[in-house]
Design a protein around this ligand. Sequence first.
Ligand code: SF4
Length: 256
Amino acid sequence: MKKGLISKVQRYSINDGPGIRSTVFLKGCNLNCMWCSNPELIDFSQSYLDGKPVGELISVKDVVKEVIRDIDFYKESLGGVTFSGGEPLLQSDFLLECIKLLKDYSIHIAIDTALYVDKKIIKKLLPYVDLWLVDLKSIDDITHIKTTNVSNKIILDNIKFLYKNNVNMWIRCILVNKENYDLDELKKRLNFIESIKKCVKRVDILGYHQLGVSKYQKLNKEYLLTNEALLSDIQEKEVEELIKEYVLPIYFERGI
Ligand code: SF4
């Protein structure tokens, strides 16, 4: 049975999909977003935070055993299990084994992903995943490369692939002043989302927040953003006005 590199399993999570959920955080990511609030999960190699190692090899059986403890909560709240990270799709064989076992218990499965992976990985998981939580960090490729280190071409292509397969998606758009935010670009992101709206059950527009900043110093990593990355009151108002033009189920969370 396979083992996965896991940083933690968070119980009673309410922000990673519908209902009450357990979120399994997998270590390792192939992006490097300027605003990442989990920088300790980016490297596959061992890292330490507050003197404690981040990430442990855990078997499929042990992950499943841990998350089915809360099966009654999932059933009552229409929740389930979310695999997040990091980028969970980078450990796809382990992920697939976990998900198949959880499906034997009829547990709702969500995957929180940036989708910067080969389509083959998505194809093999597709039949077992109930909800895809997808980030759309910028529709402009130059901005995407500048802020995440990778092109958005594969990501957009994979979103279209999910759409063609008629899956359920929640899409999240982070807005970072001076980095990936301007109103025209946000319009383009929302227009793209509107073009696939039959699959989109929810859109979260998230103002930049500073959670996780203190981790950078502890990890000896440089943090490139400043307070200027927060949207101004005027920008927040223009976002609120813009989203009124769409019939999508959009939720806007101001930054902090
Ligand atoms: S995709 Fe997520 S985990 Fe990876 S670097 Fe970006 S914000 Fe961090």
